[in-house]
Design a protein around this ligand. Structure first.
Ligand SMILES: *[C@@H]1O[C@H](CO)[C@@H](O)[C@H](O)[C@H]1NC(C)=O
Ligand SMILES: *[C@@H]1O[C@H](CO)[C@@H](O)[C@H](O)[C@H]1NC(C)=O
Length: 215
C-alpha cells in the first residue's frame, strides 16, 4: 500500500516536473518582437509596440564571411540580439564558415541543443559527454548533426576547400562558453595558481596562453 502511494506520488510529481524541462516557454501571443532598447525583463526582452514586415526577416546569415583569423573560422549569428523578431520564439540560427583546416574551438551552449547541416565541404564534428566520451564523425554537404544541450563540442574543416554549416538552436540566445577564451582570456584573469594546478603546468605556459587569448 505504502509502495503504491509513493509510486503514485512520484508519478504525480513527474507530471509537474516535465513541463519545466522544456526549453523557452510557450508563447502567449502571436509574436513579441524584442525591444532591444528596453532592459531585458525577467526572461527576454519586452515587446516592441509597432512592428512591420522587416521585423520578421533577416539577411545577416549571408556568405561569404572573412575566415582569415587564428582559428580559420567565422560565425554570423541570427539570435535575438541581431534579429529581435526571434524574441520569445525559442529558436535561433548561425552561419559558420571555415577556411581549409579551420577549427571552431571546443565550446558549449548553456541554454540550447544545437542541430546543424553542412552546406559545403567536409567537417569533422565532435561532442563530449559528461563522462568524457567523444562522439564524432566526418559529415558532408547535406548531412546533419546534433549536439545535446550544454555539452562541449567542436568542428574541424577536414576537406580540401572551405566549408560552411548552418546551425539551429532551441533558444533565442543560446550563449557560448568558448573554453580557451573562458579559461585564458577572462577579464579579470583567473589567478595563475588556479590554472597551473588545473593543467599541471607552470607560469610560463599559463602566461603564454593568457597572452594569446587576452581580450
Ligand atoms: C579579412 O580579415 C583579415 C584579418 O582581419 C584582413 O587582413 C583582410 O583584409 C580581410 N579580408 C577581406 C576581404 O576583408
Ligand atoms: C560513458 O558514457 C557512454 C555513453 O553514454 C557509455 O557508453 C559509457 O559506458 C560510459 N562510460 C563510463 C566509464 O561510465
Amino acid at each position: 500500500m505504502t509502495t503504491t502511494l509513493s509510486l503514485s506520488f512520484f508519478l504525480t510529481l513527474c507530471l509537474f516536473v516535465i513541463p519545466s524541462l522544456s526549453s523557452d516557454s510557450d508563447p502567449l501571443q502571436d509574436f513579441c518582437v524584442g525591444d532591444l532598447k528596453a532592459s531585458p525583463s525577467i526572461n527576454g526582452f519586452p515587446c516592441k509596440s509597432a512592428v512591420s514586415a522587416s521585423d520578421f526577416f533577416f539577411s545577416g546569415l549571408g556568405a561569404p564571411l572573412n575566415t582569415t583569423n587564428a582559428n580559420g573560422v567565422a560565425v554570423s549569428p541570427a539570435n535575438v540580439l541581431t534579429f529581435p523578431g526571434l524574441n520569445t520564439l525559442g529558436l535561433s540560427m548561425n552561419n559558420v564558415e571555415f577556411a581549409p583546416g579551420g577549427v571552431n574551438p571546443p565550446h558549449s551552449h548553456p541554454r540550447a541543443t544545437e542541430a546543424g547541416v553542412v552546406i559545403e565541404g567536409s567537417v569533422f564534428v565532435g561532442f563530449l559527454t559528461t563522462n568524457n566520451t567523444l562522439f564524432s564523425k566526418v559529415i558532408h554537404a547535406g548531412e546533419m548533426f546534433v549536439v545535446p544541450r550544454g555539452l562541449v563540442h567542436f568542428q574541424w574543416n577536414v576537406g580540401k576547400g572551405k566549408a560552411r554549416l548552418i546551425t539551429a538552436f532551441n533558444n533565442q540566445l543560446p550563449g557560448s562558453a568558448v573554453l580557451p577564451s573562458s579559461l585564458f582570456g577572462s577579464n579579470p584573469t583567473i589567478p595563475n595558481p588556479v590554472l597551473t594546478k588545473t593543467f599541471r603546468t607552470d607560469d610560463v605556459t599559463v602566461n603564454k596562453l593568457k597572452s594569446m587569448f587576452a581580450v
